[in-house]
Design a protein. Structure first.
Length: 319
């Protein structure tokens, strides 16, 4: 292709990209297209250099590519800063603002969980009404005190287990959140059902004497994972409230309004699920760490998490 035809074919795209760099607020294209546009500029530069087009054209495209690179990574730094600010201040402030729904979700989840732990200490046979025999046998195998490593072994390495736990945690969180679209009934069901299953497992393994192996495994990641499930449930209940009681707005408008805080809650819960999966894969299975140390770390995790949601972001909100 001759240089003239090359310039004619791409002149509009180059001009639009230059306009974006000059004034992003008056960009001729949506800001999210910037990475794609930047790649096209780089491709044009590579072609112009390879075809030995005029130095003026190559220099112009090189300048656009350099400016685009700075703009792209400046925006990415800003996005990273916004994510950090959300985690340090925005997320805990949002949880406090939605405390009624978080409390309701916590009661629905932790109520069955703690209740069954207590009940199964007196009536261990009740577990057979809640878990299948294969499940019970599997939990026996996972937390056998003779094991070199604790917990599920769906994969051969801790890194692969990290991926498995991420998938499992996100699946539970998404079900609990998306269930809110069914007038909140789905969220209520998944919160209570997960509370029943986790409570049944914890109560049964404690009663049969697997106290040290089970609790040393779950202690480290329990605060992050369990609270994240409750927060995902609160986000689902927020959607459910919009369906049940839209007020003066249409249900669609009410859902759109409710989706903003609900999705932000889910962003925070997803980060907690990610952190829980990391701890569960790399710390929780270790048997060489003393039981007292693992329980101490777990207790410190619960204290830190409660302090985070109670105190973080208050100074930011005051400004």
């Amino acid at each position: 292709m001759r240089q003239l035809h090359f310039e004619e074919a791409h002149a509009k795209a180059w001009q639009e990209f230059e306009s974006f760099l000059e004034n992003p607020k008056k960009s001729p294209f949506p800001a999210e297209e910037m990475p794609v546009r930047y790649r096209h500029i780089c491709q044009s530069l590579a072609l112009a250099a390879d075809r030995q087009y005029s130095p003026e054209l190559v220099d112009r495209l090189n300048q656009l590519a350099l400016r685009g690179h700075h703009a792209l990574y400046r925006n990415r730094r800003r996005e990273s800063q916004r994510v950090l600010e959300f985690l340090l201040a925005g997320f805990p402030a949002l949880v406090r603002a939605e405390w009624r729904l978080v409390l309701a979700a916590s009661l629905l989840f932790f109520g069955p969980l703690l209740g069954l732990i207590a009940v199964l200490q007196a009536y261990p046979e009740f577990v057979h009404y809640l878990l299948a025999p294969e499940q019970i046998a599997n939990f026996h195998q996972m937390y056998d005190p003779a094991n070199r490593r604790l917990g599920s072994r769906e994969a051969d390495s801790s890194l692969m287990m990290f991926g498995f736990y991420i998938w499992n945690n996100i699946r539970i969180g998404f079900q609990t959140f998306a269930g809110g679209l069914l007038a909140g009934v789905g969220s209520i069901w998944f919160l209570a059902a997960n509370g029943v299953v986790i409570g049944a497992v914890a109560g049964y393994l404690t009663q049969i004497g697997y106290l040290q192996t089970f609790w040393s495994f779950v202690a480290g990641h329990s605060s992050l994972e369990l609270v994240a499930i409750a927060i995902a449930g609160a986000a689902g209940l927020r959607l459910g409230m919009a369906v049940i009681s839209p007020g003066n707005r249409s249900r669609r408008a009410a859902l759109v309004a409710a989706a903003k805080p609900a999705v932000r809650l889910m962003y925070g819960a997803a980060m907690m699920f990610l952190a829980a999966a990391f701890v569960e894969a790399f710390w929780s299975p270790l048997t060489e760490i003393p039981f007292q140390v693992k329980i101490g770390v777990g207790a410190a995790g619960w204290l830190a998490l409660f302090s985070y949601f109670l105190l973080a972001g208050r100074a930011h909100a005051a400004h």
